[in-house]
Design a binder for this molecule. Structure first.
Ligand code: OXD
Length: 317
């Protein structure tokens, strides 16, 4: 591939786009930046852009970007980028190696929240009750089923294994990984979750994983088990989950993602005593962490070298 003398890059993030733009590094004169703080600005600037470095641009912007050849997603998941409106020739890249550390701490914290009975002790403190007969449990020895063994899933598995948990995994291929003592393919999901104390969802949303965690999978979980979803709301059948939680067929759920976000104020998840709701923050994007990944690929792009971290658009991740 010949070198590219110049690229016009559109940068869009709804919060603090300047921080992302300021950290872009390229040889002088070889990159023109178009900074778009909102969707209208994306539409306005799309026309002469070769590259999008973006978080969830409006899908109608793609039809206005005839030169677009590469989209770098600012985020862990790329499902929002792989829409039919994005022309098939556009290369999509992700940013591996960033979100795993955040999400591993999130999962460890909430698993420990359960085993350390933090909600119970906090309630007792507010009520000035000395509940010495209530003891914490151990995470050590618990079985954690990590569904999705990409770079984030494996980071989660390593962190929990470091705390003494036994890790089983689930992936599309079922191929063995170092982080899990056993890996099941998707079709064996019910078997994989059956022995788990925590089922952690870290898989991409694709047509194949949509509502993968359905009533059958939830029914296969132990009544003492917790579901932790840091993937996408739509990988779970939320109606089935609501029923399983309401009838206490599983112990609880820690939910960072929902089929509709923000979660509607009237949604029952907010007030269920066995549900933790967090507002899609388990793997935050920060300009400082993502932009170096983009810069390294931008240098490759200008040099005419193949991009790294390319998404397989057919597979969806
Ligand atoms: C995501 C993210 O992709 O928060 O969901 O990065």
């Amino acid at each position: 591939m010949p070198t590219r003398p110049h690229a016009t890059v559109l940068v869009h993030h709804p919060d603090g786009v300047e921080a992302y733009a300021d950290l872009i590094r390229a040889p002088r004169g070889r990159v023109t930046l178009r900074v778009a703080a909102d969707h209208d600005a994306v539409r306005k600037h799309a026309r002469d852009c070769d590259v999008f470095y973006v978080w969830k641009p409006p899908v109608d912007a793609y039809a206005r970007a005839p030169r677009l050849a590469w989209l770098q997603a600012m985020g862990a998941g790329v499902d929002w980028a792989l829409v039919p409106e994005l022309p098939p020739g556009v290369t999509v890249t992700r940013a591996p190696g960033i979100f795993g550390a955040w999400m591993a701490e999130y999962v460890a914290a909430w698993c420990l929240h359960v085993t350390q009975r933090i909600a119970e002790y906090s309630r007792a403190q507010r009520e000035r009750r000395w509940i010495e007969q209530t003891l914490p449990d151990r995470l050590r020895g618990k079985t954690v089923c990590v569904v999705g063994l990409g770079d984030i899933g494996r980071a989660v598995a390593r962190a929990l294994r470091g705390l003494g948990a036994r890790i089983v995994g689930v992936s599309r291929s079922g191929r063995a990984v170092r982080e899990a003592e056993r890996v099941y393919p998707h079709r064996a999901l019910t078997r994989a979750v059956a022995a788990a104390d925590f089922v952690v969802l870290v898989l991409p949303l694709t047509p194949h994983t949509m509502r993968l965690v359905d009533a059958r999978v939830l029914a296969a979980m132990k009544p003492t088990a917790w579901l932790v979803n840091i993937a996408r709301g739509a990988v779970v059948d939320e109606a089935a989950l609501l029923a399983a939680l309401g009838e206490r067929r599983i112990a609880g759920a820690v939910l960072d993602v929902f089929a509709r976000e923000p979660l509607a104020p009237e949604h029952p998840f907010w007030t269920m005593d066995n549900v933790v709701v967090t507002p899609h923050i388990s793997g935050p994007s920060t300009a400082e962490e993502i932009t170096p990944v983009f810069n390294a690929n931008l240098a490759r792009w200008l040099a005419g070298r193949p991009l790294r971290h390319v998404v397989d658009r057919r597979r969806g991740y």
